[in-house]
Design a protein around this ligand. Structure first.
Ligand code: UTP
Length: 289
C-alpha cells in the first residue's frame, strides 16, 4: 500500500523562549547557534534529508531573523564574492523560490494553536512538524527514520525517547501498545502527567507526522495544561480513528530548549568536528582538570 507522501513541514517558532532570556529578547531561540549553525538550520536540513519540499514557519513578532536567514543576503554575498571568499558556506540557507512560507501566530497560545495557524498552507495532506529546539542528531536523521516507518504504516507517527520515570512530568507521554522493533503502537497520550499517573517513560520528542484531520480537532480544542492549546490533547483524540505509532529515534537528542541541554549540544558537536574537535577537547580537559 502506498500512502500520500510527506511534502510539507511546519516549524512552530513563535514561542517566547523565556528560558534563554536575555539572549532571546531580540533574537528568536531558534536562531541560537549550535557551534556555528542556528538550531532552525539543523531542523530544515533534517526535513530536506527526509524528502520534504515545503517549509512552513509559524513565526511571531521579533522573529524576522528567521526569514532573513533563509533569504539572499545581497550585500554580504556581493562583498564576499568581491573578496574571493567561499560562498558555499551559505548553501544550506538557500530555500528555493516558493519553497518556504511564513504565517504569524499573533499570540503564543500554545503549540497546538501554532500548528493550527498553518492549516490553510498545509491543506488536505499529511505533514511533518519539527520543534527546532529539540535537536536530533543521528547518522540517519530522525524525520527520515519516521518517514521510513510512515511508508509502512501510514497514519500518524511521533518520535519518542525513553527518560528516567521521575522525569516524565515535563513532557508528553505515550501509553504503549504492541511493539515491533523501533515501532510502538500508541494507545493513549497524556501531556505532563504526574509521575504516578504516567503510562510509560516514553516521551514525545519534537517530531511528528500527522494527518490533516488534526487541524479540525485543534479548531475546537479547549485549553489544556498551562492554559495553552496542546497538540498532545488533539493527537490523543485521533487515536482509535487512525493508525498511530511512535518511532524510537536511533540517535541522540539534545534538549536545546533548556540551557544545560543547549550547552551539552554545543560541546558534543564541537568535539565531533574535524576542524576544531581536538582543540576543544584539550580546552575542555583543562577546564575539568
Ligand atoms: P516551548 O514549550 O519550548 O516554549 O515551545 P518556548 O516559548 O519556545 O520557550 P520557553 O519555555 O519560554 O523558554 C515548544 C515549541 O513550540 C513553539 C516554540 O517556538 C517551540 O518551538 N511554540 C510554543 C509556538 O510556536 N507557539 C506557542 O504559543 C508556544
Amino acid at each position: 500500500m502506498t500512502f500520500k507522501p510527506i511534502r510539507k513541514a511546519v516549524f512552530p517558532v513563535a514561542g517566547l523562549g523565556t528560558r534563554f532570556l536575555p539572549a532571546t529578547k531580540a533574537i528568536p531561540k531558534e536562531m541560537l547557534p549550535v557551534v556555528d549553525r542556528p538550531l532552525i538550520q539543523y531542523a530544515v536540513d533534517e526535513a530536506r534529508e527526509a524528502g520534504i519540499e515545503q517549509m512552513i514557519f509559524v513565526t511571531g513578532r521579533g522573529k524576522s531573523a528567521i526569514e532573513d536567514h533563509f533569504d539572499i543576503a545581497f550585500e554580504l554575498e556581493r562583498t564576499m564574492a568581491e573578496r574571493g571568499k567561499d560562498l558555499s558556506v551559505l548553501d544550506p540557507t538557500r530555500l528555493g523560490p516558493g519553497a518556504c512560507a511564513y504565517v504569524r501566530q499573533q499570540e503564543p497560545m500554545g503549540l497546538g494553536h501554532a500548528i493550527w495557524c498553518a492549516r490553510d498552507i498545509v491543506g488536505d495532506e499529511p505533514f511533518a512538524i519539527f520543534l527546532p529546539d529539540e535537536f536530533m542528531h543521528g547518522t540517519t536523521g530522525c524525520m527520515a527514520q519516521m518517514v521510513q516507518a510512515y511508508n509502512e504504516t501510514g497514519g500518524n507517527i511521533i518520535s519518542v525517547l525513553e527518560v528516567p520515570q521521575d522525569k516524565v512530568s515535563s513532557y508528553g507521554v505515550i501509553a504503549p501498545g504492541e511493539e515491533k522493533g523501533a515501532l510502538t503502537e500508541v494507545t493513549g497520550l497524556v501531556e505532563k502527567p504526574a509521575v504516578a499517573d504516567a503510562p510509560s517513560n516514553k516521551i514525545i520528542s519534537g517530531r511528528y507526522i500527522l494527518q490533516p484531520e488534526v487541524m479540525r480537532v485543534l479548531e475546537n480544542q479547549e485549553k489544556g495544561a498551562g492554559g495553552e492549546i496542546q497538540l498532545t490533547d488533539a493527537m490523543a483524540q485521533m487515536i482509535g480513528d487512525q493508525p498511530f505509532h511512535a518511532v524510537t529515534f536511533d540517535g541522540k537528542r539534545y534538549d536545546c530548549g533548556s540551557v544545560a541541554g543547549y550547552v551539552e549540544a554545543n560541546l558534543a558537536l564541537a568535539l565531533e568536528r574535524e576542524d576544531i574537535g581536538e582543540e576543544v577537547r584539550e580546552k575542555a580537559a583543562e577546564l575539568l582538570a
